[in-house]
Design a protein around this ligand. Structure first.
Ligand SMILES: Cc1ncc(COP(=O)(O)O)c(C=O)c1O
Length: 377
């Protein structure tokens, strides 16, 4: 059987990881400034993470959501404390798309309405409702088209109010910082206006923190820079450092009803053990402080480089936009300088390293980056 060929692949196989480094089959070492799509939060194969999963799998990998799993409550307690949302409720699933799918559904159950406001250049996943609120027609199939969605530009509260006034909007979904869209940061004032407008017009405010959350921005959630509290927050990616997991944080205004949401694998024992280990490591190693220190260093250094059109982001979610295509820069970074980075569109490099990236590793990255930076090509 062949693999369904949907991924353009680099001709590299990664077989080992440690901290912010990975190794391929030839034993070549790479500096990982991408964390495998922002997934590696506490570092590859962190010993406490490995131990937690190993101990759990030796006891029990899975049992269904028809019996008590106290690891779920342990995770909820730790996540509530770490994020400042201990009055919210937690629903666990396996991916980011599922988190958004359930968030949109919950909002619609709650207020009985249907239309969704999403934003230009948004990315929320590839399942039915999640892909429909993603601003990329090429990945929306006819079967996904049922949900009515209006895409609006970021940072224009007037246009949002014009739509919300019509009375048929169930929810508004916005990324804490747009990731796939090129690290676009919504302004604090805009987030505050959205909060007010959603309350005024009985619209559920959903903030997708799947890429920008879990400490990556320098606060637990990126929206916390605006001092607001959304009705629903979705997370995935870094939550379990590579073990598939997603979660929905739900405000007390939503009433849970047996059967309204559900999943086979969500919140399984192994995923919970991984996610608990991640929060413990983040706390013990003060990783959010580290994100601020190392993120500020990288921003400061990058700002001094010539030829950058725009530098965007917060903490360790950084977009470096050039006037020209970055195809060659990125390829040289990977194949000559042995550094993994991401892209957005054709002109933006995305940095999404593990939150444990050290200052020395960041300096090492800058040295390698300067060698391939367009002005030196
Ligand atoms: C902001 C955002 N939302 C949702 C998703 C979808 O997550 P998943 O691929 O785990 O379904 C992603 C993935 O890149 C994302 O960046």
């Amino acid at each position: 059987m062949k693999l369904f060929d949907v991924y353009p692949l680099f001709n590299i196989e990664i077989v080992k990881g440690k901290g912010c480094h990975v190794w391929d089959t030839e034993g070549t070492e790479y500096l990982d400034l991408y964390g495998g799509h922002a997934v590696i939060s506490v570092g590859h194969s962190h010993p406490a993470f490995v131990l937690a999963i190993t101990e759990q799998v030796n006891k029990l990998a899975f049992y269904s959501n028809s019996v008590i799993n106290s690891l779920q409550q342990k995770l909820a307690d730790k996540l509530g404390k770490a994020s400042g949302y201990d009055d919210y409720a937690l629903f666990l699933i396996n991916t980011g798309a599922e988190a958004n799918e359930n968030a949109l559904k919950l909002a619609s159950f709650h207020n009985g309405k249907k239309r969704v406001i999403a934003f230009k250049h948004s990315f929320h996943g590839r399942t039915s409702a999640a892909v429909r609120v993603t601003d990329n027609p090429s990945i929306i199939a006819p079967v996904n088209e049922g949900l009515p969605v209006t895409y609006l530009p970021l940072n224009d509260p007037y246009l949002v109010e014009t739509e919300l006034k019509k009375g048929d909007v169930s929810s508004l979904i916005i990324e804490g910082i747009q990731g796939v869209g090129g690290i676009q940061v919504p302004s604090n004032e805009f987030m505050q206006s959205l909060r007010e407008l959603c309350t005024q017009y009985n619209v559920c405010m959903i903030v997708d923190e799947i890429q920008s959350g879990y400490g990556r921005s320098g606060k637990f959630f990126a929206h916390q820079y605006a001092g607001i509290r959304p009705d629903i927050i979705t997370v995935a990616k870094g939550i379990a450092n590579g073990f598939p997991m997603g979660a929905v944080l739900i405000s007390p205004m939503f009433k849970a009803v047996y059967g309204m949401l559900g999943t086979t694998f969500g919140g399984n024992h192994l995923a919970c053990a991984a996610a608990i280990a991640v929060l413990d490591i983040m706390e013990n190693e003060k990783l959010i402080e580290n994100v601020n220190t190392v993120g500020n260093y990288l921003m400061g250094e990058l700002r001094q480089l010539p030829g950058i059109k725009e530098l965007r982001g917060r903490g360790l979610i950084i977009g470096i936009e050039f006037e020209e295509s970055i195809k060659e820069v990125r390829s040289k970074l990977l194949f000559e300088e042995k550094v993994f980075t991401g892209v957005a569109g054709t002109n933006t490099i995305r940095l999404l390293p593990p939150l444990s990236l050290t200052l020395e590793e960041a300096e090492d990255f800058m040295k390698r980056f300067k060698k391939v930076h367009p002005s030196t090509l």
